[in-house]
Design a protein around this ligand. Structure first.
Ligand code: HEM
Length: 232
C-alpha cells in the first residue's frame, strides 16, 4: 500500500550524455564500503586489482588486499592454508554462505552489492535515497521485530539498520566532510562504477555515434539536393 514511491533525483557525475565517474568520490565510496558495508555485504564479482581503475596505486591495492585472510588451496599435499590476500583475490566475503549471513541478520539476507546499482530500479538515485531515507515510522504503523522504517524501501520495512547514521562516521583522507549525505553519495558512486565499469566507454561511443550520424545525415541531404537539383 502507499502507492508509488517518489525518488529524489540526485545529481551524479555519471548522469547524462557526457557522464563520467568522479574517481575521488568513488575512492571515498570504496572506503565507506570497506569500513561500513563490508561487514554484512559481499561484492564477489570484484577483485582488489579492479581498484586500479579508480586511480589507486599498485601498492595501495596490495596493502588493501593484504588486510584480509584468504583460504587458499588445495596445495600439492591437498591442504588448505590461510594466507594474506593478494590483488588478484576477489573481495573478501563477510559470511561463508547465505545461511550464516541470515543467521547474523535476524533472518534477512544482505544481498551481494556487485551489481546492485543495476539490479534496483532507480540505480544510484535509489541507493542514495535508501541510505538517507531512515525515519521514525508514521504514527500507528507497527514495525515487525528487528525491522526499520525507510521512506524509500519498497514496503517501507527493511531489516538493514541505518548503516550511515552519524556525520564523521568515516574519516576521508582527502579532507571531504563526511556527512551522512556525502557518504551516501560517495558509496552510490562507487557501487555504480562497480556495477558498470564500462559506463564511460559506452557513453563516449554514444557521442561518437551521434556525431557520425549527424555528419552522415548532412551528407545525405547535400547529395539529395545535388541529385534532384534539376527536377522542377
Ligand atoms: C539490504 C546497501 C550496510 C544489512 C541492502 C540493500 C542495499 C544495501 C542496496 C538492498 C535493498 C533492497 O533490497 O532494495 C548497503 C550499503 C551499506 C550497507 C551501501 C553501507 C553503507 C549494511 C550493514 C548491514 C546490512 C552494515 C548489517 C548490519 C543488510 C540487510 C539487508 C540489506 C540484512 C536486507 C534487507 C531486507 O531485505 O529487509 N543493503 N548496506 N547492510 N542490508 Fe545493507
Amino acid at each position: 500500500a502507499g502507492g508509488e514511491i517518489h525518488l529524489p533525483d540526485t545529481r551524479f557525475s555519471f548522469d547524462g550524455l557526457f557522464g563520467h565517474f568522479d574517481r575521488a568520490s568513488a575512492q571515498r565510496g570504496f572506503q565507506v564500503y570497506k569500513e561500513v558495508c563490508s561487514s554484512c555485504h559481499g561484492m564477489h564479482q570484484l577483485s582488489y586489482r579492479n581498484l586500479r581503475d579508480l586511480g589507486l596505486s599498485e601498492n595501495e591495492v596490495a596493502g588493501i588486499a593484504a588486510t584480509v585472510q584468504v583460504m587458499d588451496g588445495p596445495n600439492d599435499e591437498g591442504q588448505f592454508v590461510e594466507r594474506a590476500g593478494r590483488a588478484s583475490d576477489r573481495f573478501h566475503a563477510p559470511f561463508p554462505n547465505e545461511k550464516a549471513a541470515r543467521a547474523a541478520n535476524n533472518g534477512a539476507y544482505p544481498p551481494d552489492l556487485s551489481v546492485i546499482a543495476k539490479a534496483r530500479e532507480g540505480g544510484a538515485d535509489y541507493l542514495h535515497a535508501l541510505l538517507v531515507g531512515y525515519e521514525e515510522p508514521p504514527a500507528g504503523m507497527q514495525l515487525g521485530a528487528g525491522m526499520h522504517y525507510n521512506k524509500y524501501f519498497p514496503g517501507h520495512q527493511i531489516a538493514m539498520p541505518a548503516p550511515l547514521n552519524s556525520d564523521g562516521q568515516v574519516e576521508f583522507h582527502d579532507g571531504t566532510k563526511s556527512t551522512i549525505d556525502q557518504m551516501a553519495r560517495d558509496v552510490s558512486q562507487f557501487l555504480t562504477w562497480a556495477a558498470e565499469p564500462e559506463l564511460e566507454q559506452r557513453k563516449a561511443m554514444g557521442v561518437k555515434i551521434i556525431l557520425f550520424l549527424t555528419v552522415l545525415g548532412g551528407l545525405a541531404y547535400a547529395v539529395k539536393r545535388k541529385v534532384w537539383a534539376d527536377v522542377h
